[in-house]
Design a protein around this ligand. Structure first.
Ligand code: AMP
Length: 142
């Protein structure tokens, strides 16, 4: 799956009615949508997804935010997907994100930063399987 990455349109993206605009940016940059759904995460699922940040001071707020409303996980495919997607979304803190990136355009803060992108091929694989079954991925992608 080295040509795949997981995006999540986070609750602030959904709340601000930006799903369409953000997906247009993503597909316009050459990413193909393999699978996509809208889900309202509970604490267990959000906590599992962000397990690596469990000890961080922002963990509780992050879980509160990620469970505050529905989000839209999307499995994406493109050559060099992980790196290219991180370039497209920009730095975690929108104040530090480059002009034209999704976070620079739409995000309000380091926490409410509109979109998630996997940070390595290994994590992309695990994160995609957090939201999509192998069966779903195969059915949608032949
Ligand atoms: P990451 O795994 O790097 O995407 O980090 C997970 C998410 O945690 C980020 O996308 C932000 O929503 C949030 N986050 C990361 N760093 C901070 C921070 N210093 N303060 C608050 N939220 C943060």
């Amino acid at each position: 799956m080295s040509n795949r990455t997981l995006a999540i349109l986070k609750p602030d993206c959904v709340q601000k009615n930006l799903i369409g605009e953000v997906i247009t940016k993503i597909t316009g940059a050459g990413f193909k949508i393999i699978s996509m759904k809208m889900v309202h995460l509970n604490e267990k699922s959000a906590g599992g997804f962000y397990e690596v940040h469990k000890e961080r001071p922002f963990f509780n707020d992050l879980i509160k935010y990620m469970t505050s409303g529905p989000c839209v996980p999307i499995a994406l495919e493109k050559e060099n997907a992980v790196e290219d997607f991180r370039k497209l979304i920009g730095a975690t803190d929108p104040a530090k994100a480059e002009e034209g990136t999704i976070r620079k355009l739409y995000a309000d803060s380091i926490e409410a930063n509109i979109v998630h992108g996997s940070d390595s091929d290994e994590n992309a694989k695990m994160e995609i399987l957090h939201f999509f079954s192998r069966k779903e991925l195969l059915e949608n992608h032949g």
